[in-house]
Design a protein around this ligand. Structure first.
Ligand code: URA
Length: 210
């Protein structure tokens, strides 16, 4: 991916995101919309996957048909909200291996605290797609990418739903080699580290907690 940040401004993505932002959107609808958007974002994230051809036979005649070159993929969900993006992407790429990074945000310091880390083997050979809906301060995202690089990952794309300019800047500073794919970059963070106008707490909204 050539740009550091790619905003997917496709009309379907933007329409669905607006529905998600609305506070009256119920949990089930929010989750379904996130799943749908995750697949549209995955379309962009996987745009540069290496291709090859294989000889096949159609009912008409043989042909050399395009097929994925088979670079191994790892989808990494940054818990817990990352799971809302994971399932949709996995549906499109069912053979991808899956890992989890458990980080929660200390609400006072806004710093990430790790509680779980489990990723597939041979991370150095894989395209790693890390998913987390909200790139807010960037602290958790930077920490998650630090951990993935520590596990050997070299080729990483970060996919999120919404980003704050502060989070994008923090990621660019810490991990300029990791492109970000997002549906929107909002105005700013508020004093509690939430994205505004944003959509509130993505985890609470998708799981119905609060
Ligand atoms: N995490 C969220 O779920 N929402 C925000 O606005 C910021 C971080």
């Amino acid at each position: 991916m050539s740009e550091h940040v790619k905003v997917v401004d496709h009309p379907l993505v933007q329409h669905k995101l607006t529905l998600m932002r609305q506070k009256g959107t119920p949990t089930a609808g929010f989750r379904q919309l996130l799943r749908e958007i995750s697949q549209l974002l995955a379309y962009e994230v996987t745009r540069d996957l290496a291709m090859t051809t294989k000889r096949i036979e159609t009912p008409m005649e043989p042909m050399d048909a395009p097929t994925l070159d088979g670079k191994k993929l790892a989808l990494i969900s940054i818990l817990r909200a990352g799971n809302g993006l994971l399932d949709g992407v996995l549906e499109l790429i069912p053979s991808a291996r899956v890992g989890f990074v458990g980080l929660y945000r200390d609400e006072e310091t806004l710093q990430p605290v790790q509680y779980y880390f489990k990723v597939p083997e041979a991370m150095e050979d894989r395209l790693v797609i890390a998913v987390d809906p909200m790139l807010a301060t960037g602290n958790s995202s930077v920490a998650a990418i630090d951990l993935l690089k520590g596990a050997g990952a070299k080729d990483i794309i970060f996919m999120c739903l919404l980003a704050a300019p502060e989070g994008v800047a923090r990621m660019k500073e810490a991990h300029p080699d990791v492109p970000i794919v997002t549906a929107a970059i909002d105005e700013k963070l508020n004093e509690n580290g939430y994205i505004v106008p944003g959509l509130g707490d993505a985890g609470d909204r998708m799981f119905g907690t609060k």
